[in-house]
Design a protein around this ligand. Sequence first.
Ligand code: IVH
Length: 687
Amino acid sequence: MTTLPAAQAQSALSSRTDYETGLQRLREASQAYYGDGESVLDDASYDQLRRLVQDWEKENPAEVSPDSPTGLVADGAAPVGDVAHTSRLLSLDNVFNAEGLVAWGASVQRRLGHAPQGGMTVEPKIDGAAVAARYRGGRLAQIITRGDGSHGEDISHVIGQIDGLPEQLAEPATVEVRGEVAFTQEQFEKANEIRSAHSAQVFANPRNGTAGTLRAKDRPYRLQMTFWAYGAVELDGVPFLPAGATHAETLASVAAAGIQTTADSPAGLHVVADLAAAQERVDAIAAMRADLPVGIDGVVIKLNDTAEQTAAGVGSRFPYWAIAVKLPAVERQTVLEDVVWDVGRTGVLAPTAILAPVEIDGSTVTRATLHNPADIRRRDLHLGDTVTVYKAGDIIPRVQGAVVQLRPEGALEVPLPEVCPNCGGEISKAQERWRCVKGTACALPALIEYAAQREMLDIDGLGKTYVAALVASGDVSDVADLFALSVEQLTDASKSAKRAAKLAEQIETAKALPLSRIFCALGVHGTGRAMSRRIARHFVTMDAIRQADAVALKGVEGIGAEKAPVIVEQVAALAPVIDKLIAAGVNMTEPQDTSPANDGGPLTGKVVVVTGKMSGPLETFGRSEMNALIEKAGGRVGSSVSAKTSILVAAQSAGGKPSSKAVKAAELGVTVFTPEAFAELVVDFLA
Ligand code: IVH
């Protein structure tokens, strides 16, 4: 099979040859996808290439290839079968942001001659493969792929393999339901487990493989998928829907017959009165994306009233009465460079994938979780593999699977440790998560020694030997236990009453240390001394740190999208230790900066993001000076532009091209200041 290099970042095709190469790569990628379910370009790269080809076609209309995939349903790559569809299976037009949705609204209004009266529906756009399922007399008689939209393939052999599409309905309905088939994340994990057990290639992600699985007839195993209906049409002239049923009522009838619809997904189907309310639902669905059981690549908005749908009309490829608001790609391909193993506090071995840096949904991903050895084998990971990585919202990125076609020759399976990577001792493989047989005693001594250092708890008498003794006796199984030690226990460990008294005194003193030092002593990955100080100053109390989600943590300078969820997870896992510290009377607040500042300053309650080099009165200000200035004026420092950002301070870029942060700010309606204008705003704090 042909393999393609990753799409290069390109802004335009410059020649006819480039155009033809582009067409060829598009065709190869989508044929591979529809052939065996494995595209060798990730969605984002595919979409980018497709856009370049389309732009070139717009510029050079006379030279457009007559068989260009851009004008065909499914880019002309879906195998066309011989079953005629009852009526054409249409695709959807796309917009990418709120402005696009507003433009669609205007076009609908133009076509109707008035604003829609019957409301609009908002539902998830499931990322799978479209099918039409024909029920006759309540029995599932036939399933057909979309094909080219007018003819599809009969795939009735998958009847029984699709949840949500029962073979027998409770009522003797005759109807054709249309919807999307996909693997849920859970079904995807199971599918790869089954495939690797059969020495079949794993799927790189839940979407790839749906098309292949639907068409596969003679596999020695069955993979369960799921269906969500998003429409229904009359079959054989038998009435099914109440006359004039709205879209929402249509799906309700389908659901009442026992078939799953998009309304049954956690994202649901909502009827809203206007576009502003639709946009709110889009945002709500986008925010729950990472928690949905199935992948979505957008949100679909439709006119609810069927008469208004008819009045708005249908184009050659898609209806004018519906629109997909595409969400950013949350899955990219990159290279798995290495796997590193950490030993957690309880001795569990945790693998982390080290990835060639890849931009996903606005942040750079370099690491992803791999759970456990079985997970590594289930995803068939080899070092040097191109892998698909999923990251949505603030979840920790995960590796979905290897793109087996792109595996370098001679690549080795990810090696699994034979001895504990921390202490070199024996590993227990009794459970899915491997552990060092020493359990807590493996990683704990190093952690306690670290916590006792001068910069943290400053218990300088507590060296390696005493720590080893305290861990061995079971008196210390986490940092908090230090504060519960009796003089007797300390005497046993240090073999000296005098030393024990000194240690007890130091431990007592440590209880009053600032939160930054206590927090640092917990040994949360990625939070050394400087970072712990910043976190403690930012949140002031341990309570606030514990309540912070990833978005809040990103307000701390130096914590980006990659670190934030990892810290949240570790702080949550440390709950019992923190509770013990509180119970022992350890200080949980950071003394406030008493320097003259800030409440009532011009930035009070505002989150400020800075990008580019400063100029004018701020010319000499580096990042840390800017951060200090913002905090002095009462604001908080943000690291990336989001809906929570109040102000973006953006340097004028030399080429006149706005930075990506400035573009995002404009999209979100965030106020943008030049460094000069910002300096004026905070002029009182410049001295
Ligand atoms: S409506 C006449 N609703 O997305 C309008 N499509 O990119 C037909 N899809 O071809 C489509 N979820 O395969 C509709 N809730 C949803 C959908 C949905 C996924 C698929 C469908 C369509 C493709 C367009």
